[in-house]
Design a protein around this ligand. Sequence first.
Ligand SMILES: Cc1cc2nc3c(=O)[nH]c(=O)nc-3n(C[C@H](O)[C@H](O)[C@H](O)COP(=O)(O)O)c2cc1C
Length: 438
Amino acid sequence: MFKLGWFVNGFAPKTWHGPWAGENRTEWMGPGFWQDVARGLERGGFDMFFLEDTAMIEDTYEGSAAYTLRHAAMAPKNDPMPLMPLLAAATKHIGLVSTISTIQYPPYLAARLGTTLDHLTEGRIGFNVVTSVSHRVAQNYGYERHLEHDERYVMAEEWMDAVSQLWESWEPDALVLETDPPFFADHTKVKAVDFEGKYFRTRGPLNTVPGPQRRPVIAQAGGSPKGRDLAARNADVMLGLVQSPEEMVEFRADMDRRLAAFGRDPDDLHIFFMAHAYIGESDRDGRERFDAVAASRHDPSAIAAKLWAMSYTSGGEIDFSKFDLDGPVPTRLGNGETTTHKAWTAAGAGKTLRDVVTGPANYGLDFVGSAATIASQMDEVMRATGRMDGFLIQGIEDELTRRSLAEVTDGLCPELKRRGLIRKSYEHDTFRENLESW
Ligand SMILES: Cc1cc2nc3c(=O)[nH]c(=O)nc-3n(C[C@H](O)[C@H](O)[C@H](O)COP(=O)(O)O)c2cc1C
């Protein structure tokens, strides 16, 4: 059996124009659409609903925010944190992961928020811990520019230590709750942490009572060596960007080694590999859909979108609109999402920039065919790691409508359930327990 998560690029406009967009251009701002998504995923048997976040309006591409705002590209974006309890109220079991940046949230604020959300979601909150990749985000939070890539991870490790100590500042039996005589909590079991690091200081203890999970499920997505170490030390969930079953096996083996080096059981980390499902009524239909998407990447609008995305993942350092599309792929690496960026530039060795921008838009494993065929392919691929890992499904070209969701939750998922490949029900109350149950 394997697990499923759904990745959404932010509490942001989703597919907001075109035949199946509905009223998304305004509806995305409120809770209803997202509650429908969460309910659909729970019906499908998903372990988690995963919301990315970035706090900025990107203006690298063509040196302005014109493209970004015209196309609603990664902006605007609401803060995902307040949405979490509203999703929890609309569902019963699914894990809810919100992104939290180590430069946006001082440890005390983060730890207190995590515990409060753990209570409000009744044990279903997770945090995707990111360092943020752009100078623009850093500038919104008081920095002149963002730290250099590896130093961001030094900061993130320290942040994780501080937050973890705050979550442990109440011993498990500190809460007494006797009414006669009244005795709420035992102060000898609630301790200061006196954390002092290079970037953060916090005294503690936390002024919140531990939640059902004690600490939210921690996810991590950075795939560089430093990112992998951050996950190996701290995370319960990791997002893996790979292109083939062979890379999946390598990724898993590398993470196993890193967890062991930090004294953790490798089975404590659940890797969700990014995947896209081109589901058709028949295999041929699915293949035609895949081919149509591949062909559409040659449209000028799709090329602009990819150049915009490359500018963003460079950490806001390289404006890809400036290069000759038929010239070589620029190899300079920005200070941003190095793994994604390296993959793009590596794919372009000896090729033109046009070859790269018209290639696959999103990293991950592509499954193509009828729901039954895709279920078999997923089974086969997952057997390759021999572990109970998962897939992190993302809409094709980031599409998300009620229709595209239903293709997976009501088309593919029943097929996976019939074969006993994914959960049919949730055994436990909390996200962490369900995640760890197999
Ligand atoms: C699947 C995936 C999801 C991510 N989600 C976010 C996010 O929500 N917010 C953010 O600032 N960075 C996000 N990132 C960026 C990473 O967390 C990380 O900071 C970045 O990839 C740079 O790390 P690396 O060089 O180790 O890959 C994401 C990356 C990946 C691959």
